[in-house]
Write a protein of this length. Structure first.
Lengths: 605, 194
């Protein structure tokens, strides 16, 4: 059943927008996931298609389980996440491979080679192999949309979840995309009891294990003739096997070479690969990160050149591929200039800043977590000492407490954002209480998932679809878990927060301090009238106290001794602090640090 | 530059770089080119260094990334950021730079001074530099947020696209409330270019 779209308009879409359009054209009905760069905007665009129920789940495992349930109920379902999110969702993923699907099920996973916004550089293709699932890999936004639609066909035809591997340079690349036909599912939405396939008891799973082996064989045959695995015959002295963006980079670097362009990276079309290898003199495998295709081609007994030349670290590009293969470093002519770095910073008025200033003062070991507040590790705040993955802060702090015993008392805190606490921190807090620890957990409650662009979460009071929703009461939740000492503070109140932190950190029992203030980028905060502060050049002694919070709205103006003298200051005063009133939102953190009345309230804006 | 080209946009998060690159991409598409654009989101949005790569051609554009040494035109929103991406330039590149200084944290906290005469690193290589006080243009037209569209106006002089096409794209892409001021900024920018 297809339905013609009347419009032939060409769209200028990012990969994430294209995937959302693909979900619409594939008649997806339920979409769930957790925000994570570079995958976030998929669901943020899916929500614009009103026929698709869209939600933010508390984490990727829940998101995938929601999608599995929707598939079991007979509708097409989508789960989205970044590469590290697939680790969280790996448990349902491996067994959903056994159950298979009713409505088509596609899991989009976005890798981040070069780690632009990630804590590691894992290659999600390994999951496809390990979970025995087909994986498609589009090269650009136009293919992303088409491959998602093809993914739903494959999912229903072969009774399997399908993985679609995106990456930073598909997700956040814009290109021309054409709207297509609406494709519908032949599955009827209803509850169907099929315990042998849907209840994974060992006895049932053993049967399904055999069915999967059969499915893998069929998919491998399908891959041999699937149109998106194709040979592009060119100069036969050089043959390149590549998929996704690696294909684009290799094509740009070697436009005349012969190519085997793979749309499906698992399973691989062995016959096609053998044919292609036989047609070319030297065979190269161009792929980013792990030697995933290369290892399999080598296992087929086919000679090829892969990671001996192509880097396994960082994202590829045309110049990287060209240099790796020919040694030609291209047209690079100018060396980089040594400049002051420009790392990202917390926003002016960010409520996290005051907390990290205090943690620095307290000289505690800060077990950190993933979010904007990870920037608290950078100078001048320099108050994060460990950060591993979503939710790890609380478990690590507890582990440190158990390792050090009384020696560690008063020296360890865990710092975690509201969304990260809900994601995978709650279990760890239960563990801390259950196992009689003493660590202090600080929940940075800014009411939103800020880092990825202000997505609502179960603490926000709204859903992605804009509906009102319950907002988790953190003090009540922590008390229910068994934390007896739960304190809520305003992080802009530097001294008040300091006093509470000191008391709770020294307590030989579990405690929770909630720093509660909304993110400055939430719509409500943006609308709130602001009164910025103003600085008095006259009163400023250049002591530098206000600079210790690292606020982007406070700038140091250097002075020569002559200039200082001319301003009526001591010659040894090396400069003064100047508040930028256009960016200052008047949070007041700097005000409490200034001992010389050089900061005061300015005009309301 | 006729059949294909590489445009590099750079500056500081929050300066409106992505909108400038979007307007340019739409103008190229309207003029019949294929195009691909690459951006990095996430951490870069928090006042960090931001860049966008825009590639266009009369035939299919494959890679979304500009190779080092192959930028035709750079549109830099901040002086030091223009210098940061010097390895992308070659002797034939044109660099349009907004003569604005934004202090990164190490400068704002007094640890390192803002580098003096940093644009010399570009001119010393014989690269053609077009300095523009886009902030002054924005002030003149009455909206400080029009810096990005003023810079697009300058850029428009260096691309094979009719003025009418640019105006059409700006009218289509910007909300009515801020359209007039941005059209003025675009025209003033065009005057400042070439």
């Amino acid at each position: 059943m297809t339905q013609k779209k009347t419009t032939q308009e060409k769209l200028w879409y990012s990969g994430n927008e294209a995937l959302a359009l693909g979900a619409h054209e594939a008649s997806v009905r339920v979409a769930s996931g957790y925000a994570g760069t570079p995958s976030t905007e998929i669901l943020e665009n899916v929500v614009n298609y009103k026929e698709i129920y869209t939600e933010w789940a508390p984490n990727e495992k829940v998101g995938l389980e929601v999608a599995i349930g929707a598939s079991f109920a007979g509708v097409r379902a989508l789960a989205t996440m970044k590469h590290v999110g697939l680790n969280v969702a790996a448990d349902p993923l491996f067994t959903a491979s056994y159950t298979g699907v009713r409505g088509g099920l596609v899991i989009v996973v976005a890798d981040d080679p070069s780690m632009y916004s990630s804590q590691n550089e894992q290659d999600s293709r390994n999951y496809a192999y390990a979970a025995k699932l087909p994986m498609l890999e589009p090269a650009d936004p136009a293919e992303a949309k088409e491959f998602l639609k093809l993914g739903y066909r494959i999912s229903e035809q072969f009774d399997t979840p399908v993985l679609l591997r995106s990456c930073t340079r598909v997700a956040h690349v814009k290109g021309v995309v054409s709207p297509g036909e609406i494709q519908t599912s032949s599955v009827t939405p209803e509850l169907v009891r099929n315990p042998a396939q849907m209840v994974m008891l060992p006895a049932h799973a053993r049967g399904r294990r055999v069915a999967i082996a059969e499915r893998q064989k069929k998919l491998a045959e399908f891959a041999e003739t699937w149109a998106e695995n194709r040979i592009e015959t060119g100069d036969r002295t050089m043959g390149i096997i590549a998929a996704g963006t690696s294909y684009l980079y290799a094509k740009e670097a070697f436009p005349k070479a012969s190519f085997l362009k793979l749309g499906m990276v698992n399973p691989l079309p062995e016959k096609m690969i053998r044919d292609f290898a036989g047609q070319v003199e030297t065979l190269y495998i161009v792929e980013d990160l792990d030697p995933f295709i290369e290892m399999r081609v080598k296992a087929m007994g086919i000679a090829c050149i892969g990671k001996e030349k192509i880097p396994a670290i960082g994202e590829l590009s045309p110049s990287v591929v060209r240099r790796a293969i020919t040694g030609d470093s291209g047209s690079v002519t100018f060396a980089p200039v040594d400049l002051p770095p420009r790392p990202p910073n917390m926003c002016p008025g960010c409520p996290h800043r005051g907390l990290f200033y205090n943690l620095n003062r307290l000289k505690v070991f800060v077990s950190g977590d993933i979010g904007c507040y990870t920037l608290g590790a950078l100078p001048p705040l320099s108050a994060m000492d460990a950060c591993v993955c979503m939710g790890a802060s609380i478990g690590m702090a507890h582990g440190m407490a158990k390792a050090l015993g009384d020696e560690g008392l008063g020296k360890i805190v865990a710092v975690i954002g509201d969304s990260t606490f809900i994601h995978t921190g709650i279990n760890s807090l239960i563990n801390t209480v259950y196992n009689n620890s003493y660590s202090t957990v600080i929940i940075l409650d800014n009411r939103i998932t800020a880092m990825t662009g202000q997505q609502p979460n179960p603490a926000s009071g709204t859903t992605i679809m804009g509906e009102p929703a319950n907002s988790i009461d953190f003090p009540e939740l922590c008390r229910a878990i068994g934390v007896k000492h739960v304190r809520t503070v305003d992080p802009h109140d530097i001294e008040g927060t300091y006093a509470v932190l000191k008391e709770e950190i020294e307590r030989p029992e579990p405690s929770v301090v909630i720093t509660r203030f909304p993110c400055v980028l939430t719509p409500e905060e943006k609308k709130r009238p602001k009164t910025p502060f103003t600085s008095s050049t006259e009163n400023c002694t250049g002591c530098g106290m206000c600079l210790r919070i690292g606020c982007p709205s406070i700038n140091w103006v250097p002075l020569t001794p002559e200039e200082a003298k001319a301003m009526g200051k001591k010659e040894k005063q090396k400069g003064y602090a100047l508040i930028n009133e256009t960016t200052c939102i008047g949070c007041g953190q700097c005000l409490s640090l200034c001992k010389f009345e050089a900061i005061s309230t300015g005009e309301a804006k | 530059m006729k059949e294909q080209g590489n445009i590099h946009f750079c500056g500081v998060g929050g300066q409106g770089i992505l909108l400038a690159s979007e307007l340019t991409a739409h103008a190229l598409l309207a003029a019949g080119f294929d195009a691909k654009k690459s951006e990095v989101h996430g951490m870069a949005q928090r006042g960090g260094s931001v860049e966008a790569h825009l590639r266009f051609g009369k035939t299919r554009v494959y890679s979304p990334l500009i190779e080092p040494g192959t930028v035709d035109i750079m549109l830099a929103f901040e002086m030091m950021e223009a210098v940061r991406y010097l390895p992308f330039l070659n002797k034939k590149s044109t660099v349009i730079v907004n003569t604005q200084k934004i202090a990164p944290p190490v400068v704002a906290t007094g640890k390192i001074p803002y580098p003096d005469h940093c644009l010399d690193a570009i001119t010393q290589q014989g690269i053609s530099l077009v300095p523009v006080d886009a902030f002054a243009i924005a002030r003149k037209v009455g909206n400080l947020k029009a810096v990005n569209v003023a810079l697009v106006g300058v850029l428009s002089r260096y691309l094979p696209i009719d003025e009418a096409t640019w105006v059409e794209v700006i009218k289509k892409r910007l909300p009515a409330k801020i359209l007039d001021v941005n059209l003025k900024a675009f025209q003033e920018g065009r005057k400042a270019g070439k």
